[in-house]
Design a protein around this ligand. Structure first.
Ligand SMILES: Cc1cc2nc3c(=O)[nH]c(=O)nc-3n(C[C@H](O)[C@H](O)[C@H](O)COP(=O)(O)OP(=O)(O)OC[C@H]3O[C@@H](n4cnc5c(N)ncnc54)[C@H](O)[C@@H]3O)c2cc1C
Length: 466
């Protein structure tokens, strides 16, 4: 079979690798070509070692709770390259009213599961706490796909949304919670309401039944990464592909149906295929497929993307007065700062900064602050320094700065997303030999992307998904 994979990010590489595995298992012939437009593989995954610092320009870890990325590492035999978070420092703060407040112990994304830390928390006002407690008695909602913002406001009140849900969600999805589909992003909370009515009671019961992953002596923490950064995974996957099968600087310009299959147009000439997996962003996939199926292309074009930037700052440890005894902090939109979130990278993971130094990373942009990315690098560094400096009391200049921009890189699962994806999948089913994979559809993280890419490869080779 001639298989073409479009896009050399983690999704495309996972698809290509799985295709090679399945073909080998079955002794089936496979002619694989992976086409990547940029001059490097990895897409949004990029790590850089410089002056003893390890800078992650994009993702800095993946979730071990979702099994697919970890399972891939096991099959690749590189589990020993993984490092876990230093869970002595799991604390996260929220910036509010000019200072950092610890997120109360036991707070699970949207709601508290432990009474003591919640009641004594300085993050919420008394009326705010009372409003959150109302969740215990409020009736169920209609159960339709609603926005995460609407859901949290309805069950837990505006303060819970503004001070916790919005900034935590911005740190993951860079989204406006009033647009974000709860069903597509956090179906667990919808399910909790359906089953238990109260979110707080439901979470409380669930924690009693099964302690959270990463807190109970599990081999891996909730987030894991590679000793030399996330790009290690890209290098390992690329090495396992047949020599010469992954081509960089090969931009796909369009895809057409061909007498016996598909013709993939590139800026270096066409490549024919029996099967094509498009693992590029859905806005790009939309353009590639406009002549194959205009309705499919339109649906793909409707999936919005946001842009983000990371600004990494390295400091001498002595220049940072804060004890840095946590993973970082998030900043609610209502505080009017630029920063969405900051990670204390060298606390969270080992080997990120040389002795006597620390590495901090700011996250900027997103759906609610797209304009800031129009500014130049110096301005983004100045804004990040101002916000991180105010939170941690840093006045000294950093010894290292890095800015990395990711335009139109983060898919937004708006209300109605799942219905749109179902329609996309139904149209795809009428186009045998063509498949789509990636973070735009059924999960935005690296583990989801691995799953999506591998499932597409298995469909291509006619193997069932395990
Ligand atoms: C700043 C940032 C931080 C993140 N942090 C995390 C995190 O900590 N943990 C986590 O799990 N996830 C995180 N994510 C999300 C994660 O990075 C993505 O889900 C994942 O890397 C997407 O992989 P992908 O291969 O689907 O897409 P991409 O990485 O976007 O790759 C798509 C590839 O397709 C190529 N392409 C596009 N058009 C064409 C064309 N015409 N021809 C050929 N090739 C083309 C692109 O050049 C690109 O290489 C983060 C994302 C960003 C931007």
């Amino acid at each position: 079979m001639k298989l073409v994979v479009v896009g050399g990010g983690i999704t495309g590489l996972a698809a290509a690798h799985r295709a090679v595995e399945v073909a080998r298992e079955r002794g089936a012939p496979l002619e694989l070509t992976l086409l990547e437009a940029r001059d490097r593989l990895g897409g949004t995954i990029a790590s850089e070692r410089t002056d003893g610092f390890l800078v992650e320009s994009g993702p800095d870890s993946f979730l071990s709770e979702k099994p697919w990325a970890l399972a891939l590492c096991r099959r690749l035999g590189v589990e020993d390259r993984l490092v876990r978070t230093d869970d002595r420092f799991r604390k996260v703060w929220v910036w509010h009213g000019g200072r950092l407040h610890p997120l109360p112990d036991g707070f699970q994304l949207l709601a508290p599961t432990r009474l003591g830390p919640f009641v004594t928390s300085s993050l919420f006002s008394w009326p705010g706490k009372a409003r959150m407690a109302l969740d215990l008695v409020l009736p169920r909602g209609a159960g339709d796909d609603e926005s995460l913002g609407g859901f949290v406001r309805r069950r837990l009140g505006a303060e819970a949304l503004e001070r916790v849900a919005q900034p935590l969600v911005a740190g993951i999805y860079t989204a406006d919670p009033d647009d974000l589909s709860l069903a597509a992003t956090m179906p667990r909370f919808l399910e909790l309401e359906r089953r238990e009515r109260s979110i707080i009671l439901g979470l409380w019961r669930a924690t009693r039944r099964a302690p959270q992953a990463g807190t109970s002596g599990a081999r891996f923490s909730l987030f894991v990464t590679f000793r030399n950064g996330m790009e290690e995974l890209i290098g390992i996957l690329a090495e396992r592909l047949p020599a010469g099968s992954a081509l960089i600087k090969r931009r796909v310009t369009g895809i057409e149906r061909h007498a016996t299959g598909w013709r993939v147009g590139t800026d270096a000439g066409p490549v024919d295929a029996d099967h094509v997996i498009v693992a590029a962003e859905s806005h790009t996939a939309s353009r590639m497929l406009r002549y194959v199926d205009p309705a499919l292309a339109a649906l793909l074009g409707e999936i919005a993307y946001s842009s983000a930037a990371t600004v990494t700052l390295g400091y001498r440890r002595g220049d940072v007065p804060h004890p840095l005894d946590g993973f970082g902090f998030v900043v609610p939109r209502t505080e009017g700062r630029t920063l969405l979130a900051a990670t204390f990278s060298s606390v969270k993971y080992p080997g990120r900064a040389p002795d006597g130094h620390v590495l901090l990373r700011g996250f900027l942009g997103g759906m609610l602050d797209a304009g800031v990315l129009q500014e130049d690098d110096a301005a983004l560094v100045a804004r990040t320094r101002a916000d991180i400096g105010a939170a941690l009391g840093i006045e000294a200049a950093p010894v290292l700065t890095r800015v990395c921009r990711w335009p139109a890189s983060m898919p937004q699962y708006r209300v109605g997303h799942l219905a749109r994806v179902e329609t996309i999948e139904a149209r795809l089913a009428t186009l045998p030999g063509l498949d789509l994979a990636g973070g735009a559809y059924r999960g935005v993280g690296i583990a989801d992307c691995v799953h999506s890419g591998e499932a597409a490869a298995e469909r291509a080779l006619g193997a069932s998904q395990t």
